[in-house]
Design a protein. Sequence first.
Length: 398
Amino acid sequence: MKKIKPSINFAGILNPGMRVFDVIMRTEYGTSYNSYVVKGAEKTAIIEASHRSFSRLYGEGLEEALEGRTPDYLILNHVEPDHSGSVACLLERYPNLQVLASQAAAIYLKNIVNREDFKPSIVRDGDSLDLGGKTLQFISAPFLHWPDSIFSYLPEEKTVFSCDFLGAHYCEPGVLDREILYAPEYFAALKYYYDCIFGPFAPYVRAGLQKLKALDFDTVCTSHGPVLTKDGALGRVLELYESWSAEKQAGPARIPIFYCSAYGNTKSLAQAVREGVLGAIPDAEVPLYNIIEHDLNALAEEMNGSDAFLIGSPTINREAVPPAWQLLSLADAINIQKRPVALFGSFGWSGEAVPHLSERLQSLKCAVFEQQLKVCFVPTQGDLAAARAFGEAFAKGI
């Protein structure tokens, strides 16, 4: 058990061996499922639970953190299964445990706990819970990173329980940020976590930071990674979130072109398309990226942050090549809607790559350019002229 503040004990689970989280996130530094016990003079609350697979181990650690008390409340700031998977086990262990969550969370919880007699209590923005000398205040924090998310604030201990906000998939034996041994690795994990989880929700991140600024706090108890403190990494993490979520400053249009090319034919088209784009918008930034030569996550960041983009792929076995699909699998489906995009590619016996990629981008609700550029085998000078005209026409429509 680790004591965070006089009335706050850590009751979470460390999982240093995890290497993939939620199927798609790399966790090369492991993760933690943070849970906390808050003790008032009269009542005791658990804040957050744990992943279902750790229910037994979590229950044992929780007993130690409770220090002989029986919990009265379980507060779920967010009900993704890594937070709520062990709730059913907790209800069996503590039958009188009252579960508190947001309205949206309560709906999800019913499908997680799967008990007919389960009736969570709803907390709303501004509500509070008196534990006896310690008062938990609830603050709505939607889309940080689910619609159900809330912060819980304990003013007497100047502590915010921030859910996933400001967290990281990072695990060291120490629980506090002052105990971090490998700071560069921690901040790399923090950035990756932000990009994957909060990058699509930058306006909500800015709103969340504003809500925190209205509070008097020196400690943030996150749901993953180290607890952040005023004397540790807290100030730096808040500064980084401010920077990463800042509104994009006006500047030259950025229109990257991503392509794969088996024999150099689609590459030739990409170069000609680029000339056409620059012919229409001379001050645009139009970088060319051969997808197989770059880190996919870096390319995804470039694609998701663009003003418009183009993708070129040859057709192999009646399909676009896997790297093109892998790049699109990393599209920010929330913010990419209405993004101008155009497709092109060379082909041999058939040319399905371009229409197939177009269908996927239309399903993401992108503004797909109605023209499609397809060239059979090696582009002629006429084909390259058509590619330049294609790029120019696309750029003029942005």
